[in-house]
Design a protein around this ligand. Structure first.
Ligand code: NAD
Ligand code: ADE
Length: 417
């Protein structure tokens, strides 16, 4: 079996992490048990490009139990947990091609190694596997039954491909399930981004000025959790509706160049490019800590920052100090890559339980249904089934509609009494 990981001797430690995560993934465990009986992926190869974490390991194991041959590479050069990669190879015979801190060249060679397995299904987080296939392995597209996509930025790239008529197979936008983005993007990113910033810097958030760029699903979670830590939170936006929402949620809203003047922390979560750029570096407060939790490392303009810096030095793991020509020093975390996965462990397993239940069921859905070559969402019934199973696993009961309530809600004749 071919694979490329940092150190196979880390497998014991990786196995402990996988088991630990599994305890908080009851919905995925239930799907695993069902897959084991039914083997829906018999004779199917799944090529996955996901963050190589303990939670992803549990997804890979569930797919393999369902009869799939799986291959895994990283969806970010910095997000791999090397011990987990080792455990997947050594204990589960799953080929993994990923090393934390891999170069760009290695990253793409790992994508190609997964494509060399000739997948029938692609499973992406950010659409790099689909991108590589459509750019350099077009002939492989005809074998693909469909793909699944985990994140907002990936879904946006795939929709652009579909709009241009370039997408050669159907893809399920896992991100767009309610049981994914309501929880993973909001509460997962909210908590794990704060975790990443704290693990990297050990700085106090209480009393600090914390700027969140983007008030989408991730930004809402991050702003909420930063406030919970006692920070004075400012939101920046380009969408007037989201800006009003942030304002009425009790945050200050202003342009980034203004916010940066007093910022102790700036964290971007927009999916957009150059959100912290040259104009911001001009006004930024001395000592500001900048990080990003959006999918790609494009939100902080590091090329521009290098140009106006006279010196760059790594002070701690994942903390680089840039001394600007104007004498100010600013700190960039995790090289501008996803801070929650670069300097922490990503979202907690309990939230990934629902995201990866969607991934597992989407993989089955895409091979069982004839879909056109565009971006699809999972049927609401599957989404709601995941929510029901999650509530059940948490021991939470809810009310159900009475017959009278059902009639009332579906009727129109009963108005003012
Ligand atoms: P979203 O579309 O819900 O929100 C993005 C927000 O950013 C929007 O409100 C948009 O108006 C705003 N925005 C765009 N350009 C901006 C700019 N220049 N300045 C300020 N605001 C701007 O998306 P989301 O689901 O919140 O995802 C955001 C990013 O985070 C994506 O790249 C997504 O793939 C990624 N993501 C990361 C994780 C993680 O683990 N770190 C998890 C989920 C999603
Ligand atoms: N994305 C965010 N957190 C993650 C995790 N723990 N595992 C896989 N992908 C993630």
């Amino acid at each position: 079996m071919k694979y490329d990981i940092k150190d196979a001797n880390l497998a014991v430690q990786g196995m402990i992490k996988i088991e630990w995560a599994k305890k908080d993934m009851p919905v995925l465990s239930g799907i695993l048990a069902d897959f084991k009986k039914r083997k829906p992926f018999k004779n199917i190869t799944i090529g996955a490009c996901l963050h190589v974490t303990a939670e992803t390991a549990n997804l890979m194991i569930a797919l393999k139990e369902g009869g799939a041959k799986v291959g895994l590479c990283a969806s970010n050069p910095l997000s791999t947990q090397d011990d987990v990669a080792a455990a997947l190879v050594k204990n589960f015979n799953i080929p993994v091609f990923a090393k934390k801190g891999e170069s760009k060249k290695e990253y793409f060679s790992h994508l190609r190694a997964v494509l060399d397995m000739h997948p029938d299904i692609t499973m992406d987080d950010g659409a790099d596997l689909v991108g590589e296939l459509h750019s350099n392995r077009l002939s492989q597209a005809k074998k693909i039954l469909g793909g699944t996509e985990e994140t907002t930025t990936g879904v946006s790239r795939l929709k652009s491909m579909a709009k241009e008529g370039a997408l050669l197979f159907p893809v399920i936008a896992v991100n767009d399930s309610m049981t994914k983005h309501f929880f993973d993007n909001r509460y997962g990113t909210g908590q794990s981004t704060i975790d990443g910033i704290i693990r990297a810097t050990n700085k106090l958030l209480a009393g600090s000025v914390f700027v969140v760029a983007g008030y989408g699903w991730c930004g809402k979670g991050l702003a909420m959790r930063a406030r919970g830590m006692g920070a004075n939170v400012i939101v920046t936006e380009i969408d007037s509706v989201k800006a009003i929402e942030a304002l009425m949620d009790g945050f200050r809203v202003m342009p980034m160049t203004e916010a940066a003047k007093n910022a102790d922390f700036i964290c971007t979560v927009t999916g957009n490019v150059n959100v912290v750029g040259a104009d911001v570096f001009k006004t930024i407060k001395d000592g500001c800590v900048i990080s990003n939790s959006g999918h790609f490392d494009v939100e902080i303009d590091l090329v521009g920052l290098n140009k106006i810096s006279k010196n760059k030095k790594e002070l701690r793991n994942f903390v680089e100090a840039y001394t600007l020509k104007n004498g100010k020093t600013i700190f960039v975390l995790a090289g501008g890559r996803l801070v929650n996965l670069g300097s922490a462990e990503g979202h907690p397993a309990s939230v990934m339980d629902m995201s990866f239940a969607n991934q597992a069921l989407a993989a089955e859905y895409v091979i069982k249904n004839k879909l056109d070559n565009s971006v699809h969402v999972l049927p609401e019934a599957i989404d709601r089934k995941i929510a029901t199973l999650k509530l059940k696993s948490l021991g939470i009961k809810i009310d159900s509609l009475t017959k009278r309530q059902q009639e009332y809600m579906s009727g129109w004749k009963e108005g003012t009494l």
